[in-house]
Design a protein around this ligand. Structure first.
Ligand SMILES: Cc1cc2nc3c(=O)[nH]c(=O)nc-3n(C[C@H](O)[C@H](O)[C@H](O)COP(=O)(O)O)c2cc1C
Length: 209
């Protein structure tokens, strides 16, 4: 299986990357392919709002996001982690999400009617991670809820939404055994969810009559 993770921090040894790496460990131990994408280190602009994707189904902005779209489509699961920057996700995470607008399709007459264009042969699964330095969930602001709403609207079922407080210096989370353990357990839970999904027995048509 292929798992991709998007890290909203540019610090590869930072807290977000550390928790993402721990979450990916069960997949690596099981021989699955993993990749961490850092939108802040790539040439990715924000959304132009040009609605070009409404006509073509594809984002017209030709930058590094174009190499990420196929990875989103092909991935068996998705992980997104962001530090809190001023009570919300980082701008690197936000620009990534905004550029996923082309993965949504709206009804021409009624924009309250819309769907995710990601292939939905079954549920698509994702896990979320939010990190901040202060001591209460209020200081994390909108980060976990804003990411959850965005990724749900892209068609993901959110399997976990981990919140880490008190982490300022890069790698500080390594000292938080409970959070590191939780990250590993979340990775296992996501892996088991994917395995269960592969084995699931669908109701044969008419079986509920
Ligand atoms: C621009 C900026 C804004 C921040 N805003 C907040 C905030 O609103 N609340 C908070 O608790 N921490 C805030 N922080 C602290 C980071 O969330 C914290 O240091 C986090 O561990 C950084 O993650 P990283 O190590 O993955 O880069 C801010 C940091 C920066 C650089």
């Amino acid at each position: 299986m292929k798992i991709i993770a998007v890290c909203g921090s540019r610090r590869e040894k930072g807290n977000t990357a550390t928790i993402i790496n721990k979450t990916l460990e069960p997949f690596i131990e099981d021989g699955h392919e993993t990749e961490i994408i850092y939108p802040g280190k790539m040439n990715i602009s924000g959304c132009n709002g040009c609605e070009g994707c409404a006509k073509t189904g594809r984002c017209v902005v030709k930058d590094d996001m174009q190499e990420i779209y196929p990875k989103i489509l092909e991935a068996d699961a998705f992980i997104a982690g962001s530090p809190t920057y001023f009570y919300n996700m980082s701008s690197d995470m936000k620009k990534f999400i905004d550029r996923c607008y082309c993965l949504c399709s709206f009804d021409k007459e009624n924009r309250a009617v819309w769907i995710s264009r990601l292939p939905q042969t079954g549920p698509r699964f994702a896990g979320l991670i939010s990190i901040c330095e202060q001591n209460s969930a209020d200081d994390m602001g909108f980060t976990p809820a804003a990411m959850q709403a965005a990724y749900e609207s892209l068609g993901y079922r959110i399997v976990f939404n981990q919140k880490v407080l008190h982490a300022f210096e890069a790698g500080k989370v390594l000292q938080f055994k409970d959070q590191m353990d939780a990250a590993y357990s979340n990775g296992k839970k996501l892996l088991k969810t994917l395995e269960l999904n592969r084995q699931r027995t669908l109701f044969p048509s008419g079986s509920l009559n």
